[in-house]
Ligand binder design. Structure first.
Ligand code: SF4
Ligand code: SF4
Length: 390
């Protein structure tokens, strides 16, 4: 079957990737391995040839089962004997020193089931392995420049342990993103961008998406739907805007600087909707202007709120045992609802269900460096508690 999804160049890697790709982060939230394999099979059947995962995308689900995205992606590929082209596997690690890189990279290869050097395989399928430094920021970039990890990763690339290298980053780290891009070392960059937050694109002081594209570096767009918090927030804002999920995705797909938009579906139906958008027409300039104006009315409500991305707990746990991302995500929904004049009783009731709540926070601040959105977690928790109990 010919794929309905068009291909775009992934920078100067020589690869052409499907402009819609699969973000495998949410596989860790599924209840069973079968559900994960169903999605992966569907994704591959649609001609998607880039899957984006990470060492840190693992969690214990409600059944007490450890769901590791890399393991599931590896199994999904190993099960297939009909793939006609190499699949690009992007994985990421919190690897800012040579020692961390060695440990994380070889663990990722084992978890994914990648074998070989140069010509890599998972099972019988050829794969291209792209390794990204996960979540580059000021502190991590400073470590990377002095630790020798940049030299080490190039050695691994020369040896064919990985095929291409790059980094992911988030809003607020534009200086480091540009510095890292300017080294000329990286083949691929992964960044957030969506209709509600265009700060790394056309709204930034420098349009980093264009800058990266013009340097012939592959660009993976994450958070097209504004992060994991969006489904809950969307229920609150949907009556005020005509921007729906297909529009959010189409907005990113319409950006010419992006190589691929990574969509993190939780089931086949969700990804089928994404495929339909990818196969359809792009937005016109008039539509883009109209939707941007609409989004801007809502964007201020979405600033400085927890996105429920769970990046903070990938390598960190609160020593006081507080499930702070869950409390903060609930508070995000509370604040948006309140600003829109909606009933917030439901959120107050749900707050009562936490065994340890925000008032149990000892304000140690240890969680702060782990928030990808630079939220002052103890301060937000203080605010949240006041709001929930008033
Ligand atoms: S500041 Fe509060 S939430 Fe953060 S680690 Fe300390 S006790 Fe936990
Ligand atoms: S506290 Fe920060 S890193 Fe953690 S889930 Fe919220 S936005 Fe994401």
């Amino acid at each position: 079957m010919k794929s309905l999804i068009k291909r775009r160049e992934l920078g100067n890697t020589g690869l052409y990737v499907s402009e819609l790709s699969f973000g495998a982060m949410n596989l860790r939230k599924l209840e069973t391995e079968e559900e994960a394999l169903d999605i992966l099979n569907y994704v591959l059947d649609q001609g998607v040839n880039l899957i984006d995962t990470a060492r840190a995308y693992s969690a214990t689900n409600s059944q007490g089962r450890l769901m590791e995205s890399e393991v599931l992606v590896g199994k999904g590929l190993k099960n297939r004997n009909d793939l006609k082209e190499p699949i690009v596997i992007v994985t990421k690690g919190h690897s800012y020193t040579p020692e961390e890189l060695e440990e994380n990279l070889f663990t990722s290869r084992t978890k994914l089931g990648v074998e070989g050097k140069g010509d890599l395989k998972i099972g019988n399928n050829a794969v291209i392995l792209v390794y990204l430094f996960h979540g580059l920021n000021e502190e991590r970039w400073a470590t990377m420049q002095n630790s020798g990890v940049l030299k080490k990763v190039q050695e691994y690339k020369r040896e064919g342990i990985v095929n291409f290298i790059g980094f992911s980053s988030h809003y607020g780290d534009t200086v480091e993103i540009k510095k890292a891009v300017d080294t000329g070392l990286f083949d691929v960059v992964e960044l957030p961008y969506n209709i509600f937050n265009r700060s790394l694109g056309e709204d930034g002081e420098l349009n980093l998406l264009k800058y990266i594209h013009d340097k012939e570096i592959g660009l993976i767009n994450m958070k097209a739907f504004n992060g994991n918090i969006m489904p809950a927030i969307y229920n609150v804002i949907k009556d005020f805007i005509s921007i729906d999920y297909p529009t959010m995705l189409n907005f990113c797909l319409t950006n010419p600087y992006i190589s691929t938009v990574d969509a993190g579906a939780m089931n086949v139906e969700q990804f089928a909707q994404d495929v339909k958008v990818a196969a359809g027409p792009r937005l016109t300039q008039e539509e883009i202007t109209k939707f941007k104006q609409e989004a801007d009315k809502i964007s201020s409500l979405l600033e400085n709120i927890c996105r429920d991305c769970l990046h903070c707990v990938e390598k960190f746990q609160c020593s006081a045992g507080i499930d702070f991302p869950a409390i903060m995500a609930l508070y995000s929904r509370y604040t948006v609802s309140e600003k829109l004049g909606r009933d917030v009783t439901e959120f107050k009731e749900r707050y009562k269900e936490f065994a340890l709540n925000a008032s149990d926070c000892i304000q140690c601040g240890q969680c702060v460096p782990w928030c990808e959105y630079k939220l002052n977690i103890p301060e937000v928790l203080r605010e949240a508690h006041q709001a929930f109990i008033k």
